[in-house]
Design a binder for this molecule. Structure first.
Ligand code: ZN
Length: 205
C-alpha cells in the first residue's frame, strides 16, 4: 500500500504561506506505509522537529489496479472517501526546501499519516465536489474545507498520478489541505469531521 499526497491544492492554503504560485498540475509526493499512525495511538511529536503542523485532508481509497487512467473513467477506481491528517515537520520542510532537497523526511516520518476511523461510501455524498470537512484543536475549529475549493479535483488527481505510478487496490490519496494549518503541542486533542461524522480523535504527546 502506498500513500500519495497532493500539495498546494487549495488557493487559500497557498496564500497563507505568502505565495502566489498556483500549480498548473498537481504537486505530488509520497509517504511510506510506515508513516501510518496505528489506530488508537496518540501522535508523538518527533524529536527532530520544533514545529509540527496539522493538515486535515480528504482521502480517497483506490479500489483496483490502474495506470494511465483516463479522467472519464477515474471514478471507477475508488468507492470510498475518508478523512486524514498529513502531519508535517514544517521547520524541517523549510530547511530541506532551502537546500533544494526533497522534503520527504518532513512529511513521511513515522505517524505522519493519520487515517480516519473509517471510509464512507462515495454514494453517500450527493456531490463529491461539495464535501464539507473540518478540524478542531482542543474544541476550537481551526480548519474548514470544502472539496469545491480544490484546484485539482479527485478525478483529475487520479489521472495525473496514474501517469507516473501504477495505482493499486488499497492505495490512499491525500488530496491536499485547506487553509488554517497550524502547530501542535503536547496534550492537544485533534478531532476531524467529514460532514457531520467524527472520523478523527487523537491526542498529541
Ligand atoms: Zn498535505
Amino acid at each position: 500500500m502506498k500513500i500519495i499526497c497532493i500539495g498546494l491544492n487549495y488557493v487559500a492554503h497557498i496564500k497563507e504561506f505568502d505565495r502566489d504560485y498556483i500549480p498548473t498540475e498537481p504537486v505530488v509526493f509520497l509517504k511510506p506505509d510506515s508513516a501510518v499512525l496505528p489506530k488508537k495511538n496518540p501522535f508523538v511529536i518527533p524529536v527532530f522537529s520544533n514545529r509540527v503542523e496539522y493538515e486535515v485532508e480528504i482521502l480517497v481509497k483506490i479500489n483496483k489496479v490502474g495506470k494511465h487512467i483516463d479522467e472519464k473513467f477515474a471514478h471507477k477506481y475508488y468507492d470510498e472517501i475518508g478523512l486524514g491528517i498529513d502531519f508535517t515537520a514544517r521547520d524541517l520542510q523549510f530547511e530541506l526546501k532551502a537546500k533544494g532537497q526533497p522534503w520527504e523526511k518532513s512529511k513521511g516520518f513515522d505517524g505522519s499519516a493519520v487515517i480516519g476511523e473509517k471510509f464512507i461510501s462515495k454514494d453517500e455524498f450527493q456531490d463529491l465536489n461539495n464535501i464539507n470537512f473540518r478540524l478542531e484543536k482542543n474544541g476550537e475549529e481551526v480548519q474548514v474545507g470544502n472539496t469545491s475549493l480544490m484546484i485539482f479535483k479527485i478525478d483529475e488527481i487520479i489521472t495525473h498520478i496514474s501517469k507516473f505510478y501504477t495505482l493499486k487496490k488499497g492505495d490512499i490519496i491525500f488530496t491536499g489541505t485547506p487553509s488554517g494549518v497550524g502547530p501542535v503541542a503536547k496534550d492537544d486533542v485533534l478531532k476531524g469531521y467529514l460532514e457531520k461524522e467524527k472520523l478523527i480523535d487523537i491526542k498529541v504527546k
